[in-house]
Design a binder for this molecule. Structure first.
Ligand code: FMN
Length: 189
């Protein structure tokens, strides 16, 4: 059931030392691209990193950490702070990194263009979940956006970074993160 799949998904930050074959990555990316999009522009663009290029990205991830660590030190308890630091330094050993970009449509509200990309990202997370794969969406690459653009060779193309995503075989079973209530208002007359 789709509801079970949605509730079972977790952000995975520790991965097995086991590759994900290319066909499977392509399968979840194909599911991503069945998402709805404003004016059906399908304005998502995905960049997939594996191997040495994936390894090289870790240096940038560590840079993002240096920008965030002071804030997180105040917010997180020490054990979670250390876990998060390790994640930024290793990306949980995820064998695949995916960067989702948006090609904004000139006639479209920017939020609509960006939102369409997140629709595709959520499809990707759930498709991966259904394959037994783990993912973690990451806004942190936005901290070093221009460096990520240069690293991926998209600087100056007009593409806008939306998020990074780790992908691999989960090697932990994190508990469900709590969900808040009172996020829905029913307006009645
Ligand atoms: C837009 C977005 C950005 C996120 N950025 C990060 C990130 O930079 N690093 C990280 O470890 N987790 C990141 N997360 C994962 C969230 O921390 C996670 O989804 C949330 O705590 C709920 O946990 P769950 O995904 O296991 O349900 C991000 C999630 C979203 C949707």
């Amino acid at each position: 059931m789709i509801y079970d799949l949605i509730q079972a998904r977790r952000s995975i930050r520790v991965y097995k030392d086991k590759p994900v074959n290319r066909e499977l990555v392509e399968k979840v990316l194909a599911a991503a691209q069945w998402a709805p999009s404003g004016k059906n522009q399908q304005n998502w663009r995905f960049f997939v990193l594996t191997g040495t290029k994936r390894d090289a990205y870790l240096a940038l991830s560590q840079k993002a950490w240096l920008q965030m660590k002071d804030l997180l030190e105040k917010r997180l308890k020490p054990s979670l702070y250390e876990f998060t630091e390790r994640f930024f330094y290793t990306l949980g050993n995820a064998p695949v990194l995916i960067f989702a970009y948006c090609e904004p449509h000139p006639d479209e509200n920017r939020q609509t263009s960006l939102g369409s990309v997140y629709m595709a990202v959520q499809n990707l997370l759930l498709a991966a979940q259904s394959e037994g794969l783990g993912t973690c969406p990451m806004g942190s690459p936005l901290r070093i956006e221009s460096e990520v653009d240069a690293f991926l060779g998209v600087a100056g193309t007009g593409l806008k970074l939306v998020c990074g995503i780790t992908l691999g075989w989960p090697d932990h079973e994190p508990p469900a993160a709590t969900r808040q209530e009172n996020r829905v208002t029913w307006i009645k007359d």
